[in-house]
Design a protein around this ligand. Structure first.
Ligand SMILES: Nc1ncnc2c1ncn2[C@@H]1O[C@H](COP(=O)(O)OP(=O)(O)O)[C@@H](O)[C@H]1O
Ligand SMILES: [Mg+2]
Length: 280
């Protein structure tokens, strides 16, 4: 790829998010990124769990500088990117820094500029967010072309996913989101969990949810986490690995937002949005 193409390239940005923590966002992000990179995509993982980063832990990579150094100290973002393999890079975040979860206006616009700058040249950017409905989570989901809500069959996870969808619709007018159901005991359960969430989102929020994929409960996931190696590598024939490969084929087909070849316009601030938002 020549430099001009590299500068013009607009990646498809996908955020992996959830209401509840511990539902598998980081594990799925890392393995999905590996799968996409093997399909020939140039992939950047942005660790968007800005206060409690752990993409670096799951990939066992050495981090010298992170997003906090860029935002607070003006470090060059390209110096913070860590190459994991030929097609896969990581932009790491900081851990144990609660302030990173509530970015002010200045930090938000810095983050937006730097994410756009570092993303160019990649085919896909996967943003692993923190759990919850904190301001930086919402902001990163709105930055993404496609927010993907990770949910498990656990009723608390479903309730929290619904709350997140509701806030994204109300404050950011995002009325189309994707869902990945993780930790399933059967594929039927995946369809049921999705159908439940889809019907309440449509009925009460007028939001369309798309079922992007499902991943079964698999002990190989936890085993790989402990070894700090993607399960696609430790157990390529496992149920979870096969499901993530299928998921990567679906993610690869996601278009840029609005099908535009250039970057999306800067998202309006939540305040601007809420002035015209009249959703419950
Ligand atoms: N499909 C799965 N099968 C079994 N364990 C899983 C699965 N997905 C995630 N886990 C386990 O759940 C824990 C939390 O996963 P993690 O990816 O860190 O979640 P999050 O990023 O949403 O907090 C990890 O220890 C992981 O091993
Ligand atoms: Mg995580």
């Amino acid at each position: 790829m020549n430099m001009d193409n590299k500068l013009l390239k607009r990646p498809v940005t996908v955020s992996m998010t959830s209401g509840k923590g511990g539902v598998g966002k980081t594990s799925l992000t890392v393995n999905l990124a590996v799968a996409l990179s093997r399909r020939g995509k140039r992939v950047l993982i942005v660790d968007g769990d800005l206060g409690l980063a752990n993409v670096d832990v799951l990939l066992r990579i050495q981090v010298d500088k992170n997003l906090r150094d860029v935002i607070e100290n003006g470090e060059d973002p390209s110096d913070t990117i860590v190459a994991v393999s030929r097609n896969l890079d990581v932009l790491p975040a900081s851990s144990g820094v609660p302030a990173m979860l509530n970015l002010g206006q200045r930090e938000q616009s810095l983050l937006e500029n730097l994410l756009r700058k570092v993303s160019s040249g990649y085919d896909m950017v996967l943003v692993d967010t923190a759990a919850g409905i904190g301001q930086s989570v919402l902001w990163l989901n709105n930055f993404a072309d496609h927010p993907v809500v990770v949910v498990t069959p656990d009723p608390t996870s479903m309730t929290d996913a619904y709350a997140l969808v509701k806030v994204m619709a109300r404050d950011y007018h995002r009325d189309e989101l994707h869902v990945v159901v993780n930790g399933l005991s059967s594929s039927r359960e995946g369809r049921e969990v999705f159908a439940t969430l889809q019907s309440v989102a449509e009925r009460f929020l007028q939001v369309r949810l798309h079922h992007l994929g499902s991943v079964p409960q698999d002990p190989e996931v936890a085993r790989a986490v402990r070894r700090q190696v993607p399960f696609l590598e430790t157990s390529p024939d496992s149920k979870a690995a096969r499901a993530v490969l299928e998921l990567s084929a679906a993610v690869e087909k996601l278009p840029p937002r609005g099908g535009q070849a250039d970057f999306q316009a800067a998202p309006p601030s939540p305040r601007e949005k809420s002035q015209s938002a009249r959703r419950a």
